[in-house]
Design a protein around this ligand. Structure first.
Ligand SMILES: Cc1cc2nc3c(=O)[nH]c(=O)nc-3n(C[C@H](O)[C@H](O)[C@H](O)COP(=O)(O)O)c2cc1C
Ligand code: SF4
Length: 422
């Protein structure tokens, strides 16, 4: 299978600029600065590149939302917050192939006439931030960033900005607020970042992996990238597999890969041949699947058809013997902790979900608690400033829809039938 990113992610050889350039790195940028700007955008459109940050929005379409008049400067915000539990793919790019991202940023900025880019990296990624800063400094020194890059007459400044470890700061408008030095609260939309974003300027926000795909697209053409995937999902994706599988890790795979094959062939199946109980397919906020539902193509549309999402393609494998009430309770703890508190359905709803799932797991659940959770979810979804409320409600609903019997047993038996205790 042809790959887009793995060549530069296989080991640490490509971390430094010499290794990266030795394998063709920055040649796509050289090509890009000799192309008309509009044709770079056109290649990205043809590539069917879907945003890799979770929502899967087509990158070419998003690029087109920036205003056509160039009277105001524009900004690129690179989302390197990678906070979604079960997601660790951007980290591989940041540590092994940071120049893939830097080159992707330079091409994107050139194509869209953006002179300032900010990489917002999560606070916990201390080593990653250091590697990234080194890569940015190397790119400046080699003339790939800064004034008159590659003699093109185009100037670009790239700043690495470290977050302080809040999940909500990965939501794009919260990222922008945090970058501006404000509290990391999501903003009401509209206005959307494309018209009023960072520092009040038109802003493009893209995920690390989305931008890291851009050099390959420019080097090889959008159509070739599109052909690596399936109809509406161009290219390959980095898929992170975690849980008790034989070979957990990050794999570059085409969008039309089967989810069962990801778990059994690529990740080697469950350790010790344990049976599979459930799979959270695309990071912790995506609805859970039962073991018998995983024979499905792992692309955005196919996953939506079975009521879940490809999300950030962080596949969490759950073995038989796991208490699903406890698993949900752990997730609800996370979302309640990370809610920024601006909207009452989210602030109160996530708190209640934490409380109720916790008491059911502790053997103190009450008749009606399951219905109460479902009712809370109905009152959270689609009613808040950002999607964090949905991100908490979707797993809660799906865990109940798919594993209702476990919730009922906890309440009826007044204990965890799996012998867990908090
Ligand atoms: C609560 C929340 C957290 C998010 N965290 C991240 C994140 O850590 N990284 C990321 O790239 N996108 C994250 N997103 C999605 C971003 O808002 C945005 O859609 C994305 O960065 C756009 O990039 P893309 O179009 O390249 O996917 C998050 C969204 C929400 C609602
Ligand atoms: S939905 Fe939750 S996290 Fe998002 S803005 Fe509202 S309170 Fe904050």
């Amino acid at each position: 299978m042809e790959t887009v990113l793995t060549t530069h992610l296989a080991d640490d050889r490509y971390r430094r600029i010499d290794g990266y350039r030795g394998s063709g790195g920055y040649e796509a940028l050289r090509k890009a600065v000799s192309m008309p700007r509009e044709s770079i955008v056109e290649e990205v459109r043809k590539a069917n590149l879907r945003g890799r940050g979770g929502a899967g929005f087509p990158a070419g379409v998003k690029w087109g939302f920036l205003p056509k008049d160039f009277s105001r400067p524009r900004v690129l915000v690179v989302n390197a917050d990678e906070g979604e539990p079960g997601t660790f793919k951007d980290r591989l790019i940041l540590t092994r192939g940071p120049h893939l991202l830097v080159e992707g940023i330079a091409i994107t900025c050139y194509a869209l006439a953006i002179h300032s880019a900010y990489i917002y990296i999560r606070g916990e990624y201390v080593l990653e931030a250091r590697i990234l800063e080194e890569a940015v400094a190397e790119a400046y020194a080699a003339g790939f960033l800064g004034k008159d890059l590659l003699g093109s007459g185009f100037d670009l400044d790239v700043t690495v900005h470290r977050g302080a470890g809040a999940y909500i700061c990965g939501e794009e408008t919260s990222t922008i607020n945090s970058l501006e030095g404000k509290r990391g609260w999501p903003r009401l939309k509209p206005p959307f970042p494309a018209s009023v974003g960072a520092f009040g300027l038109p802003t493009l926000v893209n995920n690390v992996e989305t931008l890291a795909d851009v050099p390959w697209i420019v080097a090889n053409g959008g159509e070739r990238f599109a052909a690596l995937g399936c109809e509406k999902n161009g290219g390959t994706r980095l898929v992170g597999v975690s849980g008790p599988v034989e070979r957990p890790g990050v794999y570059e795979l085409p969008a039309n890969v089967n989810l069962r094959d990801v778990i059994y062939d690529i990740a080697g199946g469950l350790r010790g041949g344990k049976p599979l109980k459930a799979v959270i397919p695309g990071g912790s906020s995506t609805p859970v699947l039962r073991a018998e539902e995983i024979d499905v193509t792992f692309d955005i549309e196919s996953m939506a058809k079975i009521g879940t999402m490809a999300g950030t393609s962080g596949v969490i494998v759950i073995p038989e013997g796991t208490c699903m009430v406890r698993a949900l309770s752990v997730l609800m703890n996370f979302y309640a902790h990370e809610s920024c508190g601006q909207c009452s359905p989210c602030r109160e709803g996530t708190g209640w979900l934490r409380k109720i799932t916790g008491r059911i797991e502790a053997g103190e659940g009450r008749p009606g608690d399951v219905e109460l959770i479902l009712d809370l979810c109905d009152n959270m979804m689609g009613r808040t400033i950002c999607a964090l409320a949905d991100a908490a409600a979707m797993p809660a609903q799906s865990f109940i829809w798919k594993f209702r019997e476990e919730f009922d047993r906890h309440i009826a038996e007044r204990k965890c039938p799996f012998g867990n205790s908090f």
